[in-house]
Design a protein around this ligand. Structure first.
Ligand code: AMP
Length: 190
């Protein structure tokens, strides 16, 4: 299986690039943010809980997120592999993912980390708010909080994959096509 973690701060282009990757490699796209938003729309219990964190730009607690991710993976037993988008966001999530994948006799092959500087992220997210309808994109204070949470809790997850020699940094500045080409060549090189 080709299991890829597509990593990066909010606004780095993970969702956009995931679409290109699933098309080329026939993978299943699992975005924890998308699953939470679908639950909010469906007014489920999980959605209500997730919303209380997402609206503030905070992380949904690990246990809830890990259980949700696990059940999403199990829905696709025949998959050629997964793109994990927005997960793992903490070291606890990364450890849980490794344990869970090893139960399925598979593993993460690579973490592709899109690198984009903070000023650019803020501009991209405010622009995205015009079309995404996402409350957490529209408010500069919430965006700042999401970036701070990324720096404090999520960026350390890079070291987890560096220690396993699975970390690849990708320049996330440029045209969407340029960045896609960088991701394709990184995957083709593994
Ligand atoms: P995203 O769509 O990836 O930008 O995620 C939007 C929001 O969903 C985040 O700001 C978090 O509140 C929540 N979220 C998404 N993925 C995770 C995760 N792996 N762990 C905790 N919270 C998450």
């Amino acid at each position: 299986m080709l299991n890829v973690v597509l990593f990066g701060p909010p606004g780095a282009g993970k969702g956009t690039q995931s679409e290109r990757l699933i098309e080329k490699y026939g993978l299943v796209h699992l975005s924890t943010g998308d699953v939470f938003r679908a639950n909010i729309k469906g007014e489920t219990e999980l959605g209500t809980l997730a919303k209380s964190y997402m609206d503030k730009g905070q992380l949904v607690p690990d246990e809830v997120t890990i259980n949700m991710l696990r059940s999403e993976v199990l829905k696709h037993p025949e998959s050629k592999g997964f793109i994990f988008d927005g997960f793992p966001r903490t070291n606890a999530q990364a450890t849980a993912l490794d344990n869970f994948l090893s139960e399925l006799n598979t593993t993460i092959r690579v973490m592709l980390a899109l690198e984009v500087e903070e000023n650019e992220l803020m501009q991209r997210l405010l622009k995205r708010a015009e079309v995404s309808g996402r409350a957490d994109d529209a408010n500069p204070e919430i965006i700042k909080n999401r970036i701070a949470v990324y720096n404090n809790e999520t960026a350390p997850v890079k070291s987890f994959y560096q220690a396993q020699n699975k970390f690849v940094s990708i320049d996330g500045i440029g045209s969407i096509d340029d960045i896609t080409a960088r991701l394709f060549s990184a995957i083709d090189a593994i």
